[in-house]
Design a protein around this ligand. Structure first.
Ligand code: 5GP
Ligand code: MN
Length: 344
């Protein structure tokens, strides 16, 4: 029912490493999203069922709408408990790197992970993984790291050890990384996997409610303000831009994650295939890029904003003022979007 797409030698190596490891740390990328924290906690619950001592360490805060995930209260946040988080990694004999393809993606945890003597395993779905782990399980053709985690458990023949908590976390990341199964979601086996997760007793409707219908009024109002007042369309390029200053965000008591999803909104306009959201952060300007079809935004993120990501969802950082970042976007737009292509 589930095609064994993961290399069997890698599955065997992973099984062997798990047999000889006791103190396990799971890490995921900075600004964790549903897939990063869902895969970490899904894997955490599974490894605990196998009797291992496991700690999830994240570089910074998990957005509030993901706090419902079982196991969240045991997660160590480096920015809140740096000594404890660093000690967990230093004392681990096995470290998992989930949902990221490059060490710098764990931000201030990078040197700690780099220096750790532990055996390291990367499990991810971003393109072109860096070679910093002993074992690399990378599947960019799979829409979420959570799905890769499910497939690993399945291929190990350990589905029966998956608890409902593990299934809830895995489902959450599969859902959020596909925009609730509205993109990157045409592989039929995704739905076989969902069926196997529902069989574990998850309430998928409630997971959607908890992840998506628990926003604050401030968040809704900030997003509405941005759409009403800050949306700029470039119909000749099939593109759209929204940018927000710090004072604008402060007006709505901006909390981390409050603009997640805003970049997708302009894509709902007929004729818009490329969207950018530019947000003034404390030390840098954050760029989020989204597209539809085969227009690649990860190359734009890599070439101009020191970032990367997927074909249709990417991001990066700009070191300069917000105005400079906006000017840069205006400047590069014609280089990537041809007027003829949009018309055709
Ligand atoms: P978002 O726009 O939601 O912050 O990020 C979308 C995707 O772009 C992420 O899943 C990640 O793959 C990628 N991404 C975002 N920011 C960065 C960055 O600063 N560097 C890299 N390499 N990738 C990023
Ligand atoms: Mn992901």
């Amino acid at each position: 029912m589930i095609t064994p797409i993961i290399d069997n030698d890698k599955i065997n190596e992973l099984s062997n490493v798990l047999l000889r490891s006791n103190d396990i740390v799971i890490t995921c990328h900075v600004a964790p999203d549903g897939d990063a924290i869902g895969s970490s906690l899904g894997w955490y619950h599974f490894l605990r069922k196998l009797g291992r001592n496991v700690t999830v360490v994240v570089p910074d805060m998990v957005p509030r709408n993901l706090h419902f995930l079982p196991g969240m209260k045991y997660v160590l946040v480096y920015t809140q408990q740096p000594e404890k988080a660093a000690a967990a990694i230093e004392n681990a004999d096995l470290v998992f790197c989930l949902d990221y393809n490059a060490l710098h993606r764990v931000d201030k945890l990078s040197p700690i992970v780099a220096q750790s003597k532990a055996y390291k395993v990367l499990i991810d779905h971003h393109l072109e993984p860096e070679d910093f782990c002993n074992l690399t399980i990378s599947h960019p053709e799979i829409s979420s790291t959570c799905e890769v985690i499910f497939r690993i458990i399945w291929q190990m023949g350990r589905y029966r050890f998956m608890s409902r908590s593990s299934a809830e976390c895995i489902y959450t990341g599969m859902m959020t990384d596909t925009g609730n199964f509205t993109y990157n979601s045409n592989q039929p086996e995704i739905y076989n996997i969902i069926a196997l997760l529902v069989k574990k007793g998850i309430d998928k409707d409630n997971i959607y409610n908890l992840a998506c219908n628990t926003q604050t009024a401030n968040k809704l109002q900030l997003n509405s303000y941005a759409i009403c007042n800050k949306l700029e369309l470039f119909p000749e390029y099939g593109a759209a831009m929204i940018y927000l200053t710090q004072p604008e965000m402060s007006r709505y008591n901006f909390q981390k994650g409050d603009c997640d999803g805003l970049v997708n909104v302009p894509l709902s306009i007929k004729g818009i295939y490329f969207s950018v959201f530019i947000r003034e952060d404390r030390d840098f300007v954050k760029i989020s890029l989204r597209s539809q079809g085969d227009f690649a935004v990860n190359t734009i993120a890599a070439e101009h904003f020191g970032g990367g990501g997927h074909l249709n969802a990417a991001g990066g950082e700009f070191y300069g003022t917000l105005d400079e970042a906006v000017a840069k976007f205006r400047e590069i737009l014609p280089l990537y979007c041809s007027k003829e292509e949009v018309k055709s």
